[in-house]
Write a protein that binds this ligand. Structure first.
Ligand SMILES: Nc1nc2c(ncn2[C@@H]2O[C@H](COP(=O)(O)OP(=O)(O)OP(=O)(O)O)[C@@H](O)[C@H]2O)c(=O)[nH]1
Length: 390
């Protein structure tokens, strides 16, 4: 099977323009994610460069060599910029222009213009540099980005490798010799570049979509005021943790914490002060949690903590530290800040979250009834009276 170069150039032009336009609409019609905007620019400039390079067959050699390659360099630079903005950095415009400017300057030098090998080597080297820069942008931010980057990185490195090979292999069309080898190489090059560009468009779109989903998911699970998990997050993670602990036979304790007289605090000092109290409580309690524990805001001024490996005594110690530390926070309206905590453990409630919550709620109710700013244990065990701690 043989591929005719003019046909391939036509297909290349059509595909890059089509994917570029689709990418443009993905950017324009969506949330104007800049990564997609630069990627659309990369594809549309790619299509334009194919058009300019194809003009060579119509005798417009200089236009193809000078303008065609300037556009290629700008297209590569936009690929790098697309990855750069995805990684959260601003575009670096001198870097974007550098490849195109260098090409233009070299074209002022007749020896360069006349040497096909030199042109191939410079063109390939600049392509490799932009691809490696794009890959480096993703690689340096790989931990922060939290979405799969491997397909994009693989395509960038494959393309960089392909063009590195070209530097050593492609000698261009040798005058006086049949141009068969050069044409085959060039055809392969156009084909590879087209596939990589389309592949990158697809993987970039996927990365952007994955990140948006991640953002929505974490927004749906976190409480914007305190930054900790909300009720849904607590219930989801709590159920998971309880299943794990049940399998291991590990004890678990649940603390349900409710700030005291919170309505009075709000009424006396205003909601912003109430909000600060909630933030302060979250900060103190979060600092008492271990990595495997689950902590969340399950209601307006109600919080819950699931403590792994904790029996009654350990749970009461943690609860008492939280209660004391919160009561000692220097705050407006001295004497107003306090918390009541109800404690239930897997010993009496088993590993069912709803049951543990109900037992801890009963204990909390007892704590409120006994004057607030105290800790009460669930009284569900036979012969066990709710015990107050203060
Ligand atoms: N500032 C602020 N207030 C909130 C928020 N969510 C709920 N509240 C308030 O918390 C108060 C809860 O009041 P109550 O349920 O009567 O509880 P309380 O005043 O703490 O009384 P006890 O629990 O019995 O000590 C209400 O006034 C709510 O408006 C919030 O995000 N910010």
């Amino acid at each position: 099977m043989s591929l005719s170069l003019p046909t391939l150039l036509l297909v290349d032009l059509y595909i890059l323009a089509l994917v570029g336009v689709l990418m443009f609409f993905a950017w324009y019609g969506g949330r104007r994610e800049p990564t997609l905007g630069y990627m659309a620019g990369m594809l549309l400039l790619g299509a334009l460069s194919t058009f300019l390079i194809a003009l060579r067959s119509f005798g417009l050699e200089m236009l193809a060599i000078v303008a065609g390659n300037v556009v290629v360099m700008l297209s590569c630079a936009l690929l790098w910029t697309s990855m750069r903005v995805f990684a959260g950095r601003a575009p670096y415009w001198p870097g974007v222009a550098a490849g195109a400017v260098l090409w233009l300057l070299l074209c002022l030098w007749p020896a360069f213009l006349q040497s096909m090998v030199a042109r191939i080597q410079v063109h390939s080297a600049l392509t490799v540099v932009y691809c490696l820069l794009a890959a480096a942008e993703l690689w340096r931010s790989r931990r922060r980005l939290e979405v799969p980057l491997r397909p994009t990185l693989a395509l960038l490195l494959f393309h960089a490798g392909f063009y590195t090979l070209r530097i050593f292999v492609d000698r261009g069309a040798v005058p006086g010799e049949p141009s068969g080898t050069y044409t085959t190489l060039f055809t392969l090059l156009v084909f590879e570049t087209m596939l990589v560009a389309v592949g990158l468009a697809f993987t970039t779109l996927t990365m952007v979509k994955d990140r948006a989903e991640l953002k929505f998911r974490s927004a749906a699970l976190s409480d914007p005021l305190t930054g900790i998990g909300n009720r849904r997050a607590f219930m989801d993670s709590g159920e998971r943790l309880l299943r794990l602990c049940a399998e291991r036979g590990e004890p678990v304790a649940l603390l349900v914490c409710d700030l005291d007289n919170f309505k009075r605090l709000n009424d006396a000092y205003g909601h912003p002060v109430g909000d600060r109290a909630l933030q302060e409580f979250s900060r103190i309690t979060a600092s008492r949690m271990r990595r495997q524990d689950v902590f969340g805001r399950i209601g307006g001024e109600e919080f819950a903590c699931l403590l792994t490996g904790a029996g009654t005594e350990a749970a009461c110690q943690v609860a008492e530290r939280i209660r004391r530390e919160f009561a000692e926070v220097p705050f407006v309206g001295e004497g107003l800040l306090s918390v009541s905590i109800g404690v239930a453990t897997s010993e009496e409630g088993g590993y069912e979250l709803a049951r543990l919550l109900s037992l801890a709620d009963q204990a909390l109710y007892l704590a409120k009834a006994k004057g607030r700013n105290r800790i009460e244990l669930s009284a569900s065990r036979p012969g066990h009276e709710g015990r107050g701690h203060r």
